[in-house]
Structures are given as structure tokens and as C-alpha cells.
Design a protein around this ligand. Structure first.
Ligand SMILES: [Zn+2]
Length: 472
């Protein structure tokens, strides 16, 4: 029998919202409409106390049996693992068959990093092209449970695109709020198609946040910002899906990009809960990679301090992680430390080159995702990751999220925004180390065959030789 209401009920009945601040630890009812702890302003977690009662073998068998089911809940890579989620069996699930993302073997990227093997968990293969969908399916379901009519976020990035799609599925109104002039066009296109109200505000981002807090007082409006604990609940199921795909073999390392750090927090929570449940006997070491110009978390990790210092003007072409004050840093730090992982940053050049290398494995990603391969290369070089370690990189966004970046890299027209350093334009140009520009040829058979020969000469093993020899 595929439905396991008994299993699910145990978790749902005991779930609460809990303040993560150890000095506070206040608890609140699951369906109380909260965004932060009303006692201390801290972040909230969803806690399911009954986990220990669930039988690991029984769960694995049920989840595997669902792979052959056509029930929409079973087709979702999030709701397939619904015993881990704080929702009752009859919840009004809003799904686009999210999750179910591939785990790719990536030999070119592995050789580039100095590894025997590397696998890529491509969360960019979600319905709207980013990992956000795995959290939006649960957050928008919670919006319906709370009786909201409108869902709101302040973003024009992947979050907006994802929220707009799930709101459309749920027949909820969706408002995307942004300061005027800060609309990123590639991702905005999705929000418009999904029918969201995109509202440009007079004012800066602080004004947008203030207005949002005021709006949140309205009962009919539900905020789906990055601290929403129900988003984390959906996103944590990636840990279960990843391990399920690997027949529950735990990798040595899981490496992911770090921006607002909600995703790192979610994966950390996911692995920990699976360990508490007895589905795995150890945690993978969870490492987070940031872009050099937007690396407050990496700075914190490398320092004596236990408080994150925000960066006022974060700079990186990897726009999905261009964040100076990551809201979920405490949760992410807890996850990294518990697992024995690390936090590091990589340069714009390293990100650009790593992205082109991932492409040579036939896998496209947005720039932020490529911090993983760049970071793994560094961790292998410094001996933190061994060349025969079992490593998974989490890619978070699809290549079509930012095609300008790819085209500019391959035509050697990719410039950083390093204005602070007073560099002239040419000094800000990133090298097209593995560039693959288009070539203009005459419309004759000879010219085309010549063009192919030239392309082959220019690119045959242009990085493979160099890096494979590193391994000897
Ligand atoms: Zn609190």
C-alpha cells in the first residue's frame, strides 16, 4: 500500500515552529502565521518530534514503491518524501512535479577538479529552472492552509519566477515587489508569463522590506520570503532524493553555492533528520562556496568572530548569490559545523571557467552554480577533499537563466563590476580560458569542413590534457 497515513500522521500531529536561538527556544503552533520568533526576533524552524518512531526500512520501501505510482504526490520529488514534511495527509498540495532532478556523472568536471569522479545534482532541472521550486511547493501549500488570498515576495530573481508559477497553480494572486530600476530581465520574463503582479516601488530595497512588513499584518497576505520555514521544509527533501538516488550511500562531501544560505540550511536539516531517523549512519561533509565579492559567510568562517558582518555592496556576476547580508547564516553555520564541512570563496574568473567546464560535460548551469566546481577544485588542491573521495556538487539554476553571461564569456566580452578598485574596463575583462566563440564561414562544403577542423584543433583536449596530467 502506497499511502501511509499512519506514518505521516505521527509527524504532523507533533510538529511545531521553534525558535532556533538556543537562548530562546520558544515554540509556537505549526499553523500560527509567523515569520520570525515573536519573543526574540530569531529565525524559526519546523520541528517534527515523532521522527524517532518511524521505521527506516519501512520508509525506504514506501518511497521506492512510489516511484512506480502516478499519484501526483508520488510524482513530485518533494511530496514523495511527505513523511518528512509537516503537512497532514489531506493537505491541499500545490505541485508542478518539482524535484526529480538528475544526478549526473561529470568526468570532465572531475578531471578539472583533480577528482577520480564527481556527480552533479542538478536542481536547475526543476519546473521553473531553479532549486527554489522544491521550497515553493510547500510554502504555497501552507499559504492555502492559512487561507491567504495573496502571496508576496521582494525579488525579481529565481524566487519571484518560482513563486509566480506556484501561485498560478494555486489560483492565488502573486505580488512581486522591487525597487524601481532593479528588475533583472531574464527572470522577470517568467514572472510576467505566470501572471504575477510585478510592482516597481519608488524607493530602495529597505523601503521595499518596510512595506512588506506592513503588508504582512494583513490576514489575506502571506509572505514567502527566504526566512519562511515552510520553504526550508520542501528544500530539505533534496537530501532524501539525493540519497535515494544513490541507494542510501552517503557521499563524503556535498558542495553547494552560498547566497542567502537558505538552501545550505535546508540540506543540512535534511541530512540531519535522515540520520536521526536511522536512514543513514553519518552526515556528508557539507561545504558552501561563495563568490569573492559577496562572501560574508566565508569571511565569518575564516575568522574568530561568531557574528556575521554584512557586506554593503556585494559584487559578483553570479547574480543569484549576490547577497551581502544572508538571512539564514545561523542555520547554515550550524549545518556546516555539525557536518565538519568548510566555507570558502572563489574569484569571478574561477566561476566563469568552472561554468564552461561543467558545460563540457553537457550540463548547463547558471553562474552561481559553478562556484561548486571552482570550490571543489580548491578543496582538492588544499587536501581537504581527497582525489578518490565521493563528492556531489549541487547545481542550483539552469543555464537559460543567464544566457548573456555565457555568450559574453565565449566571446571574451565578460566584464566584472569591480568599480571600487578603479580598474579600467580592460582590466575588468575575464579571460575566456575555455571560450568557444562562433566562427563565420562561407556557405560551402570545403569552408565548413575547414571550420570543423579548425574548431577541433583549437579545442581538442584544451583542458583535459593539462588536468588529467595533474592527477598522475
Ligand atoms: Zn526566539
Amino acid at each position: 500500500m502506497i499511502e501511509t497515513e499512519r506514518l505521516q500522521k505521527t509527524g504532523q500531529e507533533t510538529a511545531t515552529q521553534r525558535c532556533i536561538d538556543p537562548g530562546c527556544g520558544a515554540r509556537f503552533e505549526l499553523n500560527e502565521r509567523l515569520y520570525v520568533c515573536p519573543s526574540c526576533g530569531g529565525l524559526l524552524d519546523v520541528a517534527l518530534e515523532a521522527y524517532a518512531d518511524l521505521d527506516p526500512q519501512e520508509l525506504q520501501a514506501v518511497w521506492t514503491s512510489r516511484l512506480a505510482s502516478f499519484d501526483p504526490r508520488d510524482r513530485s520529488g518533494v511530496w514523495r518524501y511527505r513523511e518528512l514534511l509537516p503537512f497532514a495527509a489531506g493537505a491541499p498540495i500545490v505541485t508542478l512535479a518539482e524535484g526529480n532532478t538528475p544526478l549526473y556523472d561529470a568526468p570532465v568536471s572531475a578531471a578539472y577538479c583533480g577528482l577520480d569522479a564527481l556527480t552533479l545534482k542538478h536542481q536547475g532541472c526543476n519546473p521553473t529552472g531553479s532549486f527554489k521550486d522544491t521550497g515553493m511547493t510547500t510554502a504555497v501549500t501552507q499559504a492555502l492552509i492559512l487561507g491567504a488570498r495573496t502571496v508576496v515576495c521582494a525579488s525579481t530573481g529565481n524566487t519571484a519566477a518560482s513563486l509566480a508559477a506556484y501561485a498560478a497553480r494555486a489560483k492565488l494572486q502573486c505580488a512581486i515587489l522591487v525597487p524601481r530600476g532593479q528588475i533583472s530581465h531574464a527572470k522577470l520574463a517568467q514572472s510576467l508569463d505566470y501572471g504575477a503582479a510585478v510592482l516597481e516601488l519608488d524607493g530602495n530595497f529597505d523601503d521595499a522590506m518596510r512595506v512588506i512588513r506592513e503588508l504582512a499584518e494583513d490576514e489575506s497576505i502571506y509572505l514567502v520570503n527566504s526566512i519562511n520555514p515552510f520553504r526550508i521544509e520542501g528544500q530539505k527533501t533534496v537530501a532524501a532524493e539525493l540519497l535515494h538516488q544513490r541507494a542510501w550511500r552517503v557521499p563524503d562531501h556535498v558542495v553547494m553555492p552560498g547566497g542567502n544560505l537558505g538552501n545550505s540550511s535546508a540540506l543540512g536539516k535534511g541530512f540531519k533528520e535522515l540520520k536521526d531517523l536511522g536512514l543513514i549512519d553519518r552526515l556528508p561533509r557539507l561545504s558552501v562556496v561563495q563568490a569573492e565579492g559577496a562572501a560574508p559567510f566565508a569571511s565569518l568562517f575564516g575568522s574568530e568572530s561568531d557574528v556575521l558582518t554584512p557586506i554593503e555592496h556585494p559584487q559578483t556576476l553570479a547574480t543569484a548569490i549576490k547577497i551581502g547580508a544572508p538571512v539564514s547564516w545561523k542555520k547554515a553555520l550550524r549545518a556546516v559545523l555539525e557536518s565538519g564541512g568548510s566555507v570558502l570563496s572563489v574569484s569571478e574568473q574561477e566561476i566563469a571557467d568552472a561554468k564552461a567546464i561543467i558545460g563540457r560535460d553537457g550540463v548547463g548551469c547558471e553562474p552561481a552554480s559553478a562556484t561548486t566546481v571552482a570550490g571543489i577544485k580548491r578543496l582538492v588542491a588544499s587536501g581537504v577533499i581527497g582525489s578518490d573521495d565521493d563528492v556531489v556538487a549541487v547545481l542550483t539554476g539552469h543555464i537559460l537563466k543567464d544566457t548573456d553571461y555565457a555568450i559574453n564569456y565565449h566571446q571574451e566580452k565578460l566584464y566584472t563590476h569591480d568599480r571600487a578598485l578603479d580598474k579600467i574596463k580592460e582590466e575588468r575583462r575575464l579571460a575566456g580560458t575555455y571560450s568557444n566563440p562562433p566562427a563565420r564561414v562561407k556557405a560551402t562544403k570545403t569552408a565548413i569542413l575547414d571550420g570543423l577542423r579548425r574548431h577541433e584543433q583549437e579545442h581538442s583536449g584544451d583542458f583535459k590534457k593539462e588536468h588529467v596530467s595533474d592527477l598522475d
